[in-house]
Design a protein around this ligand. Structure first.
Ligand code: SF4
Length: 337
């Protein structure tokens, strides 16, 4: 079989329509794309599970308060079904959180332990605002073998932090995080890997360097990340209506499950308005490889993402971090007319 036919065969197997890749000009890039996405399309690399959408904070960059969805925790029976499948198919990363503070769950350890026991190949990645990271919660996190902990602290002073992360107390969060790191180090553990982040916006931009300087001394990784309007959910300038931009990596990388089992388009579909399926009724794999996701991926590949209402209000180029290979595949000229 000649090389060209092989490419077409591969792409057809993955997408159903090889023509969809017309925007990728070089055969080498096409092959790289087919190769790299082959496993990603069979098994979602990262599964985010909204164990609760309740939160004790009211952050200015979060649209959670506008949700029309009921505020509740995910039933453990549904969570168990999801984790059983993640374990069976070999999902690499499980994030037991989405729009909510997971540490609010009194029985969070039960959820974490279930991942640890049934999906042993998966890394557990937990995000928290840090306000409830008590000694007791820390021990539960250690016992359930959480791989990485992400804590976002959006300021280096009390005034800035509390202006952004409303309802939380700067000193409490800072002390909780420092105690957590001390406890972990005292146990001579290297995990969870502690990542401290700041979402950079006009309210805290002046504190970025002081923030980085302080946390670099104690945390394993420190970052200052881009601000997303959550597809128009919160204030800010962001527009994805520019034609011919590169496809959004998130459509190949993340599978976001809301507290009732509905699958959202991505992490920016915060009210789950674009339901891709429901994991209570279908398998993860069937939804991930199913027609709804595939149609949207093809629209993105063609450079027409602005035709999707949610994506039109979102510009991941402004805030998202994507692997280098993804950047290399998509012709930059096609993205910036
Ligand atoms: S462009 Fe934005 S809204 Fe569309 S899939 Fe990507 S992150 Fe989600």
């Amino acid at each position: 079989m000649n090389l060209r036919i092989t490419f077409r065969f591969l792409l057809k197997a993955i997408y159903g329509k090889a023509e969809a890749l017309a925007t990728v000009t070089s055969p080498g890039r096409r092959a790289l794309f087919a190769y790299k996405t082959h496993r990603m399309l069979a098994i979602p690399p990262m599964v985010s599970i909204e164990v609760t959408n309740a939160c004790n904070a009211d952050c200015i960059m979060c649209p959670r308060k506008k949700m029309k969805r009921p505020v509740k925790k995910m039933e453990f029976s549904l969570f168990r079904k999801i984790i059983d499948e993640c374990g069976a198919i070999g999902v690499r990363k499980i994030l037991p959180y989405s729009y909510g503070e997971s540490l609010l769950l009194p029985d969070l350890e039960r959820y974490l332990m279930y991942i640890h026991q049934k999906a042993r190949q998966s890394k557990i990645i937990l995000h928290t605002n840090g306000s409830l990271l008590t000694e007791q919660k820390a021990k539960a996190i250690f016992r359930s073998n959480v791989h990485s902990l992400f804590i976002t602290i959006d300021g280096n002073s009390k005034a800035t932090y509390e202006r952004i992360r409303r309802n939380l107390v700067f000193e409490e969060v800072k002390n909780n995080v420092l105690n957590f790191i001390k406890m972990r180090n005292g146990l001579r553990r290297s995990r969870p890997y502690v990542n401290i982040g700041m979402i950079v916006m006009s309210e805290n931009r002046h504190e970025v360097s002081a923030f980085l300087k302080f946390w670099k001394q104690v945390a394993d990784h420190v970052y200052a990340g881009g601000y997303s309007t959550r597809a128009g959910g919160v204030k800010g300038k962001e527009s994805g209506d520019r034609p011919k931009r590169r496809p959004c990596f998130r459509l190949w990388n993340e599978f976001v499950i809301c507290n009732n089992g509905d699958v959202a388009l991505c992490c920016n579909d915060w009210d789950c308005t674009m339901k891709m399926g429901n994991v209570g009724k279908e398998s993860l794999r069937a939804i991930w490889a199913g027609g709804k996701f595939q149609r949207i991926r093809q629209i993105h590949i063609k450079g027409d993402s602005y035709k999707i209402p949610l994506c039109r209000k979102c510009n991941p180029d402004q805030w998202d971090a994507v692997p280098i290979w993804w950047d290399k595949i998509w012709d930059f000229r096609a993205r910036k007319p």
